[in-house]
Design a binder for this molecule. Structure first.
Ligand SMILES: [Zn+2]
Length: 319
């Protein structure tokens, strides 16, 4: 079993060729870890993904799925056993364990090791080789406890409404959008209004048991709630219907820990990714003998892991 980087991420195991969130050539299978479009280029064929990921992707394009795999399930394809496990990043996101007679490998995809109001954080999977994402793999990124960030968000929402303004979040349509809606549902007795795209995704995911109460902004009830003003608006674009009230826009992203995005009234360090500590803990607990880092601070995280006695390198070998 070997894994190659370059323009895509390719696992070679015996005769099997399995692309990980990429596909440079049309041969082989493609594991898609989640439905963010940078992980699911349109040219993919023979996709393996969770049913949640497949449902969301199907809203935006015609993808060809080979097999769907639920968390905890496993299947054997081209002599490789593939199993799927939650990665805690967005609803339906999966880390994959791949095993054959030569060894085992875990591909995490985007990973969040911390529990959120809607998802359980990813638990480390044991394997010989690990391909770990390193988006926030620098010690400069250690996030506050999620509960503390939640408390800040709730306080900001309440203050904004008290000031006669409308709190609005510009967030990813899949991921932070559902988390903010879940947060509003759990702690506030006001409606969460969702933009058209967010509403479609959230509706689709309700079939998997995620009951996230929200009103589409384009529905009569949504428009009425927006006019009345005591609500939270969640949108993937910075656009809202006209209102007498001023709208206060916030972002929720891990980058807010160090950067204040311009043009926003507030920024919260709420991330769908693990921070440095979470990534280091995952790497150590996986027991992997060889760790490859991809994305973000791959070189920096590799250096830190090597200092801790792990065999780690940024994945750069091209297929
Ligand atoms: Zn993602």
């Amino acid at each position: 079993m070997e894994v190659l980087g370059g323009r895509g991420l390719l696992l070679k195991a015996g005769n099997a060729r399995i692309w990980l969130d990429s596909a440079v050539e049309r041969d082989g299978l493609s594991l898609v870890s989640h439905a963010h479009l940078d992980h699911a280029p349109r040219r993919l064929s023979k996709i393996i993904a969770t049913p949640e990921t497949a449902s969301v992707l199907s809203l935006f394009g015609s993808y060809k799925f080979e097999r769907l795999i639920k968390y905890g399930e496993s299947m054997v394809l081209d002599d490789v056993r593939i199993s799927a496990h939650s990665s805690g990043h967005v609803i339906g996101s999966s880390q994959f364990l791949l095993e054959d007679s030569s060894g085992s490998l875990v591909y995490t995809g985007d990973l969040n090791t911390y529990d959120s109001v809607i998802l359980r954080g990813a638990r480390p999977l044991e394997s010989e080789m690990l391909v770990l994402e390193a988006t926030y793999g620098s010690p400069r990124y250690i996030f506050p406890a999620r509960e503390e960030v939640y408390a800040r968000i709730i306080r900001w929402i309440i203050e904004t409404i008290k000031a006669g303004e409308i709190p609005a979040f510009k967030v990813y349509a899949l991921g932070k959008a559902q988390e903010i809606i879940g947060l509003v549902n759990a702690y506030l007795r006001i409606p969460a209004l969702a933009s058209f795209t967010i509403s479609r995704i959230t509706e689709t995911l309700s079939q998997y048991g995620f009951k996230l109460e929200h009103l589409p902004i384009n529905s009569p009830e949504g428009l009425e709630a927006f006019k009345q003003g005591e609500c939270v608006y969640v949108s993937s674009k910075r656009y809202s219907p006209p209102s007498q009230r001023r709208i206060r826009w916030a972002v929720a992203t891990g980058w807010a820990l160090r950067y204040r995005p311009s043009g926003f009234d507030a920024a919260f360090p709420l991330s769908g990714h693990a921070d440095f500590s979470g990534l280091v803990r995952y790497a150590e607990e996986s027991g992997a003998k060889q760790i490859y880092l991809v994305h973000g601070f791959a070189d920096e995280l590799a250096k830190h892991l090597r200092r801790r006695g792990l065999r780690a390198e940024a994945l750069s070998r091209a297929p």
